[in-house]
Design a protein around this ligand. Structure first.
Ligand code: ZN
Length: 281
């Protein structure tokens, strides 16, 4: 009895789907009487004997429907990836679209990386942005990260300071490291700014080494210079830097006037103008 009800329920769902109207503006009926898509011209109906009571036309998806569905699925995936990328909203907002254009050459290189990202990923080609404070390293690295998300590649952004705080707090370092290895890309912002106790160095090495062994790429921003990294005297730090350099064959030096100085200069100019106006009134 119960199974009969189930069958009736199943049939009524099918009935509803079979009778659904999938016609939209621009669609037309072809010579054989089938509904066709006005855009891709594929048939949107299929003839079948659904319930053993004679043939009938039932709706099917055309190429455009499939593409729309795929796009909707991708949009959901993209939202989820972006939510998982960081809990820091400022990182979400740093994209190529709102890049101030002050490093045109670097932007171009980064966009080229994105256009071939799958090959970059497969060959484990990481990117390091280095240079002095305020030259836009984080913005450029995040633009890269956000563009990877647009391409449905998973990215996680961390700072080693918070990684160390969390791992010290929860004592769950191994789990945390294992979780970070699942992402296609790991971005470490402000590498080298974390505290460097013997314990911290060990934790950082564990993370970097795990990533190295996973053969998945990293994106690094750092205020350290290449010389500093290459010539580090401390043996613990040296082995961390050695791995990082090996993982980042693409090293981009960010130069130019510090963005913070530029903003300060603009503010000073504005203040001077306001003052002048005040005086001339
Ligand atoms: Zn179509």
């Amino acid at each position: 009895m119960a199974s009969d009800f189930k069958r009736i329920g199943f049939k009524s769902i099918l009935e509803e789907l079979a009778n659904a109207d999938n016609r939209v503006d621009g669609d037309y009926i072809d010579e054989q009487g089938f509904l066709c898509c006005g855009v891709c011209h594929q048939r949107k109906q299929y003839e079948t004997d659904l319930f053993g009571d004679g043939k009938r036309k039932v709706p099917i998806a055309c190429k455009c429907d499939d593409e729309r569905l795929q796009k909707a699925i991708d949009d959901i995936k993209r939202d989820e990836l972006r939510k998982a990328m960081t809990s820091n909203e400022k990182y979400d907002k740093m994209t190529f679209a709102n890049d101030d254009g002050s490093n045109e050459q670097v932007t171009k290189i980064c966009k080229e990386y994105i256009s071939d990202w799958e090959r970059m990923y497969q060959n484990n080609i990481g990117v390091m942005f280095y240079g002095s404070v305020g030259t836009g390293k984080t913005h450029m690295a995040c633009s890269l990260a956000n563009a990877l998300i647009d391409n449905l590649a998973s990215v996680e952004i961390i700072s080693l300071s918070s990684f160390l705080n969390q791992s010290a707090k929860f004592g769950e370092l191994d789990e945390k490291i294992a979780r970070l290895m699942k992402f296609k890309y790991l971005m470490i912002d402000d590498f080298g700014a974390e505290r460097t106790t013997e314990y911290a160095n060990e934790q950082v090495f564990n993370l970097i080494n795990a990533r190295y062994l996973s053969e998945k790429p990293v994106i690094i921003t750092t205020n350290l210079s290449l010389e500093q990294m290459e010539n580090e005297g401390n043996i613990d730090k040296h082995r961390i830097y050695e791995r990082v350099l090996e993982m980042c064959p693409m090293r981009i030096k960010m130069v130019g006037k510090s963005k913070r100085t530029v903003i300060a200069d603009e503010k000073r100019k504005l203040a001077a103008e306001i003052l002048k106006r005040g005086v001339s009134k």
